[in-house]
Design a protein around this ligand. Structure first.
Ligand code: C2E
Ligand code: MG
Ligand code: MG
Ligand code: MG
Length: 283
């Protein structure tokens, strides 16, 4: 708290803080209302292989607000994460994704879908049974669900984190580390976690073709992933140059505007020619 400036400055500071707090509270209340009014929307963004075929997708939530229009998650996930609301948002997204996976499964089609899991959501006591219940309820195959966690999830209680992850991976669910390289954790934990994929953060991907430091970071991540036999998804691929940079170095799955923006889930699935459950491409 800024005391040195005397009464006036401190009063200004308090007022500014108060405004931030009340704005967060307003968003929280509005989100509570929006959830009840079923204003959340499930968007999917394609993840494509070297040939440009969609082989999986990431679920990205949107909020169809009556006054504000389509609200991106950056403006409300943080608020939800500070309260119990993240559980409701997370449960909703998981249920939606499992419903799509279950439906695809009955059609004999297969498209693994990745879901973002926030730290608070992961650390809840009933996270593991909740995921398994959502899968069962929808008749979805655990192998089709990818859970994206960030390094932030892993900072504390590593033993508990590993135990929870293992309970899910034993059932077939897979884990991915999102925004890899932007967190504060050490490389050592990679060895301990039952993960199958790393997602290279878009800040590295986008600058790699021109910035030698970003290029070196991307190459280091590809090298680590190769040695640990982890799949790599590159996030934020916008240009052919960025795609080429990656393709020249490794077998990478691409996710970015160059191949497809996030779009309503039903739309993405309807326009997808499909991969059969046996993995063969129908495209
Ligand atoms: P993220 O998980 O790292 O998702 C990738 C973000 O990059 C998405 O932003 C996506 O639209 C954006 N993106 C993809 N390709 C490109 C590209 O080529 N260029 C640029 N500039 N951006 C690209 P979005 O949808 O706004 O989501 C932002 C963040 O919100 C996500 O980052 C994730 O952390 C969080 N989020 C989204 N949906 C959920 C959810 O259901 N649950 C939780 N807990 N968090 C979510
Ligand atoms: Mg993600
Ligand atoms: Mg990411
Ligand atoms: Mg990100």
């Amino acid at each position: 708290r800024a005391k040195a400036g005397g009464g006036q400055q401190s009063a200004f500071f308090d007022a500014a803080m108060g405004q931030v707090v009340s704005e967060r509270f307003a968003v929280e209340q509005d989100l509570r209302r929006g959830l009840a009014a079923q204003e959340l929307r499930l968007y999917l963004q394609p993840q494509v292989n070297r040939q440009g075929h969609m082989v999986s997708a990431e679920a990205l939530v949107r909020w169809q607000h009556p006054d504000k229009g389509l609200v991106p998650p950056g403006t409300f996930i943080g608020v939800a994460e500070e309260s119990d609301l993240i559980t409701e948002v997370g449960d909703w997204v998981l249920a939606q994704v499992c419903a799509h996976l279950g439906q695809l499964h009955t059609q004999g089609r297969r498209l693994p879908i990745a879901v973002n899991v926030s730290p608070r959501q992961f650390h809840k006591a009933d996270f593991v049974p909740g995921v398994l219940h959502a899968l069962e309820q929808a008749g979805a195959q655990p192998e089709d669900l990818v859970l994206e966690i960030t390094e932030g999830v892993v900072i504390e209680q590593v033993d508990t984190v590993v135990r929870k992850m293992s309970q899910l991976t034993q059932r077939g669910v897979r884990f991915s580390i999102d925004d890899f390289g932007t967190g504060y954790s050490s490389l050592a934990y990679l060895k301990r976690l039952p993960i199958h994929e790393l997602k290279i953060d878009k800040s590295f991907v986008q600058d790699a073709p021109h910035d030698p430091s970003d290029a070196a970071l991307v190459e280091a991540i590809l090298s680590v992933a190769g040695h640990l036999r982890l799949k790599v998804v590159a996030e934020g691929v916008e240009t052919q140059e960025q795609a080429d940079f990656l393709n020249q170095r490794a077998n990478v799955i691409h996710q970015g505007y160059l191949f497809g923006r996030p779009a309503p889930a039903a739309e993405v699935l309807a326009t997808w020619s499909g991969t059969r459950s046996d993995g063969a491409s129908a495209a």
